[in-house]
Design a protein around this ligand. Sequence first.
Ligand code: SAH
Length: 366
Amino acid sequence: MPEPGPLEIEIRRRIAAAGPMPVAQYMTLCLSDPAHGYYTTRDPLGVSGDFITAPEVSQMFGELIGLWMAAVWTQMGSPENVRIVELGPGRGTMMKDAMRAVKVMPKFREALVLHLVEINTALRAQQEAALEPQSLPVFWHASLNEVPAGPAIIVANEFFDALPVNQAVKSARGWHERQVGLDAAGHLAFTAAAEPMPHFERLLPPAQRSAPEGAIVEWRDGAAAFDLGRRLKRDGGAALVIDYGHADSAAGDTLQAVGQHAYADPLSGPGTIDLTAHVDFAALTRAVEAMGVQGYGPITQAQLLRRLGIDSRAATLKSKASSAQIAEIDAALARLTGEGRTGMGTLFKAAAYTHPSLGTPPAFAT
Ligand code: SAH
C-alpha cells in the first residue's frame, strides 16, 4: 500500500469524525477540492495525461461541432449577438477547431462572444493560449449561471460524466445509500447506510425498481441540468451534450477511475486519479425538459459525426495529406466513429436541447 496522500488523510479524518460519506461527496472532494482536487490541480488530458478525448483525437471533431453551432445560429434567425458557451473546455481544442472552421461564416463570427465555464486555472490558461490566434472575445466563469443573459449556444463534451454521482444499493429491506467509509484496517472502503431510504424506490424508473438484491443504481443532483434547461427556456438557443453513457436508466455501478490511460480503483489515491460515471441520458433529458425546453436524441457519436459530414471532411483532409497523415486521419476516423471497446462511436452519445421555438437542430432529425 502506498502512503496516503494529503486528500486521503483528510477524507479519512472526516470519516473518523463524522462517519461514512455519500459517494457523491467523496467524488466532489476527489475532483474539486480547492487544494487537492483532481480537476483543480492538474491537466488530465492528452497522451501524456490520464485520458484522451474526442477533440484531442482529431481536429475534425471540433470543426464539425463548429458547423453545428453555425447552423443553429442560422436556425435562430442569425441574431446579432450570441453567446457561445462551453462547459468544461479542457485544453480549448474543440473550441479552437470550431472557431477556425466557422471562418467561412464571418457574420456568425462577428456575432459571437465566447464564454468558457471552467474551474481549473491551469486549463483556463491553456484555453486562453489555444484561442488567442482566433482574436475573439473570451470570458471565463465558474458556472453556467455566471454567463450573462442572452441567447446562447451551449456545448459540452465529457463534462457531465465528471459531475458527482450518488449511488444506492438494494437489500431485502430496500435501497440503502452507498457510502465511502473505513474498513477495520482504517483504509477507505465502500459501505452502505444501515437503514434503507424510505420511499426511494417510488422515484425509480421501472427497469431500476425491479433490479435484484445487490444491484446498484446511480443518480446525479439535477442542478446542472436544471440550470441548462432554465437558461435555454429563458433566453433562447440550444445545447449539444456529448458524453459516454446510456440512453435508458438501468441499474449498474459505472463509477470508474482512470489514471495514466488505465482503469484504477476509485478509492485509491483520491485527488490523483480521474473519477467519472456514465451519463444517464434519460435522466438528464427528464431534468432539462422539466424546465420547458425540447430534448432530442440521444443519438450515437457515430451518427452525430456522420450526419455532420465527417466522411467528406476526412476525404478533403486526405486529398491534401502525405501517406503518413492519411493513415492518421483514417485511424482518427475509426476511433471517433468506431463501435466496440476501442471506438468511441457507440459508447459516446449526443443529446440536443432547444428552446421550443427553434425546431429540430442539425443532425437530430429522425
Ligand atoms: N471538454 C474537454 C475536457 C473534458 S474533461 C475535452 O473534451 O477534451 C472535463 C472538463 O470539465 C475539464 O476542463 C475540467 O476542468 C472541467 N470541469 C470539471 N468539473 C467542472 C465543474 N464542476 N465546473 C466547471 N468545469 C468543470
